[in-house]
Design a binder for this molecule. Sequence first.
Ligand code: HEC
Ligand code: HEC
Length: 172
Amino acid sequence: MQTNLKPPIRRPLIAAFAAAFAGLALLHVAAPVRADDDRAALRVPMLPRYQQECAACHLAYPPGLLPAASWQRLMGNLPQHFGTDASLDPATVKEIGQWLQAHAADPRRSKAGAAAPPEDRITRSAWFVREHREVAPATWARPTIKSAANCAACHTRADQGDFDERHIRIPR
Ligand code: HEC
Ligand code: HEC
């Protein structure tokens, strides 16, 4: 009789589906900057002073891309800022510094908050290297891109804190 075969076949199938769903749930939690929490954190409204003073030479990087310790070091060393002088008066340093501290990556929610990257560069964070492993070295060097720090060259909505893959256009 065929009906006798049904239960033993079905049970392993249900177990397989349950395992697949458990796996998906785990993947979602482990994803670095992909979690919805993280995405929302990157779209924090910019402090006008930050936009004014820190977006002259590059993007006003969302504060959620570095841990608090990195922002503190960067703000404490503006006269020697990656080979340029980005000095500001003490009151402005304080205002921007406090805002960056308040919105820095949260180590409990985001991989970007886990550890200060080398040189306090977003572009040297483990998550950054992983997310960009498919970008060839020659691509970074294109005259239209110049540097990995030039986020907006490829992320067309970087100025809105939106790094979603749907809005990436790699220039030639
Ligand atoms: C005078 C120009 C200038 C100003 C103003 C400036 N920066 Fe920069 N910044 C640079 C340069 C140059 C680099 C290195 C870019 C590169 O490697 O391509 C850099 C890099 C950075 C990086 C690391 C980017 C990476 O590689 O991940 C951070 C973070 C940063 N700046 C934050 C700030 C903050 C915060 C302010 C405002 C207080 C600021 N910058 C103002 C010139 C400037
Ligand atoms: C040469 C073009 C290029 C530059 C410059 C660039 N990226 Fe990306 N970025 C990419 C590509 C390609 C991906 C991978 C998209 C994918 O396959 O999911 C990516 C992925 C990401 C992701 C993950 C997006 C997601 O939805 O999971 C984040 C966050 C990100 N980049 C942030 C940055 C930041 C911040 C900068 C600047 C400091 C930057 N990127 C510079 C091309 C670039």
